[in-house]
Design a protein around this ligand. Structure first.
Ligand code: SF4
Length: 271
């Protein structure tokens, strides 16, 4: 959906909307994001600048779980004002990064700005605060982390890289999801069993040891082991025998050693 737009500005707003609504079933997420973007017109960035979201009946009857039309209006206003003042959402984050000691402080201030802009046109409801989560409150803010990864990591077919020239991928935090929560401890990269900021920080630190300048470089590849079922919740030794990560994985090494098994060659099957 995001790369369906050719213009980087349209991609930025499409990614912002898609990330904000990236909760619940995938089909519902796509349908809601599509509906919002279509209401902004063929070029959502232009629609935002023209203030289409301020029209009385912008998204009549819109509902995505607990979010309604007014929440979307606030979300769009936040982006529109950031663009007006800084040229892009990334420009607004860069402005905050320049006067903050670290990225997390800058991120918290940027979110505070966005909430402030939104709150000028609609009530800052619980639903709207959910769309613009505050990192200071201690959650992992997975949807922000996803959006930031898309925008800041170099363009590689998965991520867009539109902010790569102004913000460093070395400061990104892992978008911790259910797959990472399972695979990260198996790899031996964290002792924590409860998902949260601490686990995201542990796993990011481990990834940073592999790729200091771009720790999230292997995020998708490792997460994909979970998505495809290669490292499933009910793990068996045969999974580790076929897994290219097993030489580097605490669980994989242990399982192969105990079973007297080895990593299979590409194309080889368990006998
Ligand atoms: S080696 Fe086994 S436990 Fe480790 S990531 Fe691969 S499948 Fe999962």
């Amino acid at each position: 959906m995001v790369v369906g737009y050719a213009d980087p500005e349209d991609q930025e707003i499409a990614a912002f909307v898609a990330a904000a609504f990236a909760y619940g079933r995938v089909e519902g997420v796509i349908a809601s994001a599509r509906r919002i973007l279509e209401a902004l017109g063929e070029h959502p960035a232009r629609g935002l600048r023209e203030g289409r979201h301020r029209a009385g009946r912008f998204l009549p009857g819109f509902r995505h779980r607990w979010n309604g039309e007014e929440d979307v209006r606030g979300l769009c206003e936040a982006a529109a004002r950031a663009w007006e003042l800084h040229g892009s959402l990334g420009g607004a984050l860069l402005a905050r990064r320049r006067d903050a000691a670290d990225f997390e402080t800058a991120l918290a201030r940027w979110v505070g700005d966005l909430r402030g802009f939104a709150g000028e046109v609609v009530p800052l409801s619980r639903g709207l605060r959910f769309l613009l989560p505050d990192p200071v409150l201690g959650g992992t803010c997975k949807r922000w982390r996803l959006f930031l990864r898309w925008m800041i990591r170099p363009a590689d077919g998965m991520d867009l890289g539109h902010w790569n020239a102004m913000l460093s991928p070395s400061e990104l935090l892992l978008p911790l999801d259910a797959h990472w929560t399972r695979i990260g401890p198996r790899l031996g990269w964290t002792r924590r069993r409860t998902p949260g900021r601490g686990m995201a920080a542990d796993l990011t630190a481990a990834l940073r040891r592999i790729a200091p300048e771009d720790p999230l470089r292997y995020d998708f590849a490792i997460c994909h082991l979970g998505i495809t079922g290669a490292c499933p919740p009910r793990l068996e030794t045969r999974h580790c025998m076929a897994c290219p990560l097993s030489p580097f994985c605490a669980t994989g090494r242990r399982r192969l050693r105990r079973a007297g098994a080895r990593l299979l060659e590409p194309g080889e099957r368990v006998g």
